[in-house]
Structures are given as structure tokens and as C-alpha cells.
Design a protein. Structure first.
Length: 411
């Protein structure tokens, strides 16, 4: 299963109120506030020249890029808003990702996204991004809501005529997901809820017209509500990114030190040790991306990631992971199709299974998204995704499918 914790990390307490009431409270508050913010911004902060707004592709690149870059050289504007609302219905054969107890459930899904690009002077690049997503499950009365809320603010400064960019990001993430914990001898399902805050200052330098190097510092704090797994992260990453005519590429190396507040150290056999756990993780990633610009074949992306984690205890959490993900976009008639495929292999250094073997896990992920324009600014979509884990420990083997159909409205 995607999330696994020791038994002693479960917070004890009396009966909790219905998760449905919690989702209604959070989702209504979030969506109402966000909607008012979006529309008031559109009324009061319209762009000076709507014909000069950025395209969807440009906004996506600015938001999800990994290294800072100046926005396209266009006429100066004060405010560029972009909003997307999605709603749909779906079905999952194992929404709790359970290895033993698997319950089917239908769900209603909604998401609301707002992106604001703010320009005051050419040297500055500033935006605010807000996102909220939630699912309500009909057949899971005890854990009938899953949700995630994300807010990110970024500000960057590039002195005139300089090849350096100085900036920072502030990110907040709220996460609420129910999982199956039957292998721990607990009630078979439990909701995991966390609040995570991150501050990421960075410095970027343009080596040439198409090669950029960036150094980032990560400071993060994560607070869990239903389990005692609170932690703090301190990290540093180095990113080298190139955009020649052939294809775009990116190399990233990252070191993260995580300090837990209450999780105990464990020996190789899983027994508790004295002291609070601390881990060190190294990530090395290589990404290639190419816009084929053909009639049918569109954007292609591949990412290779190597991860190594070491704890300061008896090696119970030490592992090495290698993963590969591939994404391909197509245009067939009036349909836009995206295919995704991923595979990962994880091998622990010392941790043993009940059979005395070194613990290992393999995983496969796949997905299909089909979108078709219905009318101006309104698209219909169909999505399918699957996760499957294989392991020499039965407690960690599961498969889960999600199907959904709905509409997306962009303004």
C-alpha cells in the first residue's frame, strides 16, 4: 500500500465526527473563498489588454517549470487570471489501496484551480497559484472524503542585463486520504491527514542562451493529524536545465534530511531502539521532453529517477529505488489523448520479511486521459488510472483502479 507506518505511531482518541461533515466544512469553505477570490479578482483586476494574455501552454510552463525563467516578452500587463473548474463522477475498485480488504465505491469529484500572474516591472516575476480537489465516496460512510488543497506563491527578481535570478517559493499543502491498515491489526481503514508548509529560496544563473543552473534550499514542516509522524525537512538541490532545438533536458540532484519528532528508530528486524528517527535521502533525476509538433504526436516526456534513503538507526528504513515514467500526448481528430506509464523497483538493505527474505517492492502505474471540446471553454473528459504493487511481503501487495468522466470549464 502507498502509506505504511508502525503501530505505535497511531494517535489514540475517542470517536471522531463524520468525515463527510469534515469535507463539507473544508471543501465548502475553501471552494467558496476561492471562488469569491477568483471572480472578485477578475472584476477588479482585469488585464489592460485582453488580446495580449498568455496562452495556456505559456502559463503551464511558468507554473510547473523547475527552474526560474522570465515570462515571454510581451506588452506589460498588471494581472493575468486563469481559472479551471472540473466536476465529474467515477468508480474505484479499491479506493483505500487495501492489500486484503477491498471495497468498491462510486464517487463525485470536483476541482477548482486559479492562477494569477502579476507584473509590476520587467525585472520581477510573481504569481499566485491556488488548487483544491476532493472526492466524496457513496459506499464508504466512515471514510467518504478525500481531498487535497494547495497554495503556492513565487516571486523572482532578475536585475536588468544580469544573467542571475533571485527568488523564493512559499507552498502550503493540505492532504486527506483514507488507507487500509489491516496488516497492522487495526481497524482496517484509517484517514491520514497532514498539513505541510515549505519555503524554497533559490538562485539561478544562465550559463548560455539555452542552459540554466539553479540552486534551491528546502525548508519544510509537516504536521499529521491522525498519526504521530510529524517531521521537518532541510534540503538542497542543484538543477541543470537545457533547451536546445533537439529536445529539452533536465538533470537534478537533491539531498534531504528529515527529522521526526516522535517516530522511534528501529533495528533491521523492526524492533524499537532508543532515540528519535532521522533519515537522509538522495535523489538523482534525469528528464527529457520533446514537443514533436506533428499532426498526431504531440508532447513526449520521460523521467528516470534514482533514490537512496538511509536512517540513523538499525537500517530498517534503508532502501534504494529506481523508477522510470513515460508520458505521450496525441491529437486524434477532435480528441486529445494522454498516455502515462511508470515502473519502479525498491529494495531494502536490511529489512526482512516474515519469511526471512530481504524486503522488496515493485510497482506499476498507468493512465489514460481523453479530452474533447464540447463548446467554447468547456471540455468533456474520460480518465482511467491504475496502481499496482508487487512484493515478497503480502501486506504490501495491492492494485487499485479509478475511472471517471466529467466536464472541465476554463475561463
Amino acid at each position: 500500500m502507498p502509506y505504511s507506518l508502525p503501530v505505535q505511531n497511531i494517535k489514540r482518541g475517542g470517536p471522531r465526527p463524520s468525515r463527510f461533515s469534515a469535507l463539507v466544512r473544508y471543501q465548502k469553505t475553501f471552494l467558496t473563498t476561492l471562488a469569491l477570490l477568483l471572480f472578485s479578482a477578475q472584476i477588479n483586476l482585469k488585464a489592460e489588454d485582453e488580446s495580449n494574455l498568455y496562452s495556456d501552454e505559456e502559463l503551464y510552463e511558468m507554473l510547473f517549470r523547475d527552474t526560474p525563467a522570465e515570462p515571454p516578452n510581451k506588452k506589460k500587463i498588471k494581472w493575468t487570471p486563469s481559472y479551471t473548474f472540473e466536476t465529474g463522477v467515477g468508480f474505484s475498485d479499491n479506493p483505500l489501496y487495501g492489500p486484503f480488504v477491498q471495497e468498491e465505491a462510486t464517487f463525485w469529484e470536483n476541482s477548482l484551480e486559479g492562477f494569477y500572474l502579476i507584473e509590476s516591472r520587467p525585472e520581477f516575476f510573481t504569481y499566485l497559484y491556488l488548487y483544491g480537489e476532493g472526492k466524496i465516496y457513496e459506499e464508504l460512510p466512515e471514510h467518504n472524503t478525500n481531498s487535497i488543497y494547495l497554495g503556492q506563491f513565487e516571486h523572482a527578481y532578475t536585475p536588468s542585463g544580469s544573467s542571475h535570478t533571485y527568488g523564493f517559493r512559499i507552498r502550503y499543502t493540505y492532504y486527506n486520504q483514507a488507507f487500509d491498515f489491516s496488516e497492522l491489526g487495526l481497524p482496517y481503514s484509517l484517514s491520514v491527514t497532514s498539513d505541510k508548509s515549505e519555503i524554497i529560496p533559490y538562485l539561478s544563473h544562465n550559463i548560455s542562451n539555452n542552459i540554466t543552473v539553479t540552486m534551491e534550499i528546502l525548508l519544510a514542516n509537516e504536521d499529521f493529524k491522525s498519526i504521530t509522524d510529524d517531521n521537518e525537512d532541510v534540503g538542497i538541490s542543484l538543477i541543470l536545465k537545457g533547451s536546445p532545438d533537439i529536445l529539452n533536458w533536465k538533470f537534478q540532484s537533491e539531498y534531504i534530511e528529515k527529522k521526526y519528532q516522535e517516530r522511534s528508530k528501529r533495528d533491521w528486524n523492526g524492533n524499537n531502539m532508543e532515540g528519535i528517527l532521522k533519515t537522509e535521502k538522495v535523489n538523482i533525476a534525469l528528464t527529457f521532453e520533446k514537443d514533436l509538433e506533428q499532426k498526431s504526436l504531440r508532447n513526449s516526456k520521460a523521467k528516470l529517477l534514482w533514490t537512496n534513503l538511509q536512517d540513523d538507526g538499525g537500517g530498517y528504513y534503508d532502501y534504494e529505488k529506481l523508477s522510470l515514467s513515460i508520458r505521450q500526448e496525441f491529437k486524434v481528430s477532435t480528441y486529445e489523448i494522454e498516455l502515462a506509464l511508470g515502473a519502479a523497483q525498491t529494495k531494502y538493505d536490511r529489512r526482512l520479511t516474515d519469511a526471512g527474505e530481504i524486503f522488496k517492492r515493485d510497482s506499476l502505474t498507468s493512465g489514460v486521459s481523453v479530452t474533447r471540446n464540447i463548446s467554447e471553454n468547456i471540455d468533456g473528459y474520460f480518465r482511467w488510472s491504475r496502481e499496482e504493487d508487487f512484493s515478497n511481503a503480502r501486506d504490501y501487495e495491492y492494485s487499485s483502479n479509478f475511472w471517471s468522466i466529467g466536464v472541465a470549464w476554463e475561463i
